[in-house]
Design a protein around this ligand. Structure first.
Ligand SMILES: [Zn+2]
Length: 61
């Protein structure tokens, strides 16, 4: 079924959304990990931002 591959899943909380949602593309953060794109949703981005500012912890990533 076409479209299955276009879903974006948050690597942190597992939330999944269709990648053709422009609001999602604006608010989700993409990182590259082992050559693969890793998506982080807006909520987790904020959570991580806070934890990064509080304490740099590599195990989060
Ligand atoms: Zn998330």
């Amino acid at each position: 079924m076409p479209g299955d591959d276009t879903a974006m899943t948050c690597a942190t909380c597992g939330r999944s959304v269709p990648s053709d949602d422009s609001a999602v593309l604006l608010t989700w953060a993409r990182a590259m990990e082992n050559g693969r794109p890793v998506w982080t949703c807006d909520v987790c981005s904020r959570t991580h931002l806070r934890s990064i500012e509080a304490k740099l912890d590599a195990t989060w990533w």
